[in-house]
Design a protein around this ligand. Structure first.
Ligand code: NDP
Length: 287
């Protein structure tokens, strides 16, 4: 006898605001198709004041989990049953996995960034001086992973001093790195001796894709690796850094690798990383 039909799909997705230009769906749907999985990835606009309702909705609809993007990564912690150790240390969650009726928070952003930096760009952060622009969820994840990977010094540059100092305190008290805060008022001169510069702010994200962080671009030099979290192949930030002779690392690799970790957490299967990257590249008109 033939199996009964199963029209029910397993649901995951992303909550964010703004979220319409978040390309994550493209790589997940490509991965589901590749592996023949009956899963769907939904891109869902959720306002900050509606996050609690949205998390209840996730439970009610028996979704398998959710990604969180701007501005929900920190706020979501209040709505979870458990937060894994690294995510708790960062104070930010980008991936929620439903196990039975429990919602468990993880953070795959920093590990995705590190994989793109070390595997694709062949840049080892060990013993390096690093400047991170931003102190939000992405910056916290990246800073913690870089510190745990042996970075020598991390300078956090952030518009709001309170948030910047909070991240520095976290790094100094919970990781071996030497950390300091630098205020951000006017074009920031990247200190000589910086090896890695990371834009972990949301500057450059659509609809502001023509904008770039306010730094003194003349202070970027040929020996630096300059990285952007914005998931696009050529942000104005990276184009300007490349024109200064720097090696650039875009946010697409980070997106694919962090997604691959989430894919494994949700489905239990190894992600088809190449297929996911190619799908994103196509979406960005790169192939
Ligand atoms: P948050 O809202 O938590 O943090 C935003 C950060 O950007 C804060 O440090 C904020 O400073 C800073 N910022 C925003 N606008 C300005 C501005 N005009 N001038 C100076 N600083 C500014 O966001 P997330 O950390 O969650 O996300 C940041 C970016 O990272 C997003 O663009 C997101 O798309 C990207 N991202 C990419 C990933 C990838 O895989 N490629 C994964 C995760 C995130 P302040 O504290 O002063 O407000």
């Amino acid at each position: 006898m033939a199996d009964a039909p199963n029209y029910k799909e397993e649901l995951i997705g992303v909550f964010g605001h703004p979220v319409a230009e978040n390309p994550t769906v493209v790589m997940y749907e490509a991965a589901f198709a590749e592996l023949g999985l009956h899963w769907r990835y939904l891109t869902i606009e959720v306002l900050p004041q509606d996050l609690a309702a949205a998390m209840n909705g996730l439970r009610a609809m028996n979704m398998r989990g959710i990604n969180l993007t701007i501005p929900h990564k920190v706020a979501v912690l209040a709505h979870l049953d458990e937060v894994k150790e690294a995510a708790a240390l960062m104070g930010a969650v980008n991936t929620v996995v439903r196990t039975g009726d429990r919602l468990v928070g993880e953070n795959t952003d920093g590990k995705g960034f590190l994989t793109a930096l070390t595997q694709d760009a062949k840049v080892d952060p060990r013993g390096r001086n690093i400047v991170i622009l931003g102190a939000g969820g992405a910056a916290r994840a990246i800073a913690v992973e870089l510190a745990l990977a042996g970075a020598e010094r991390i300078t956090v540059v952030n518009r709001s001093a309170g948030r910047g100092r909070e991240l520095v305190e976290l790094l100094a008290s919970r990781t071996p790195v030497r950390a300091s805060y630098a205020p951000w008022s006017g074009p920031y001169p990247v200190p000589a001796g910086t090896h890695i510069l990371v834009n972990a702010t949301s500057i450059g994200l659509p609809p502001g894709a023509d904008q770039k962080p306010d730094i003194a671009y003349g202070s970027i030099t040929g020996g630096m690796a300059v990285c952007d979290v914005i998931p696009a192949p050529a942000t104005p930030f990276l184009l300007t850094a490349r024109a200064q002779g720097a090696q650039v690392v875009d946010g697409l690799g980070m997106l694919v690798y962090q997604g691959a970790i989430g894919f494994k957490l949700w489905t239990g299967l190894d992600a088809p990383v190449k297929v996911m990257y190619q799908a994103l590249a196509r979406a960005f008109g790169l192939s």
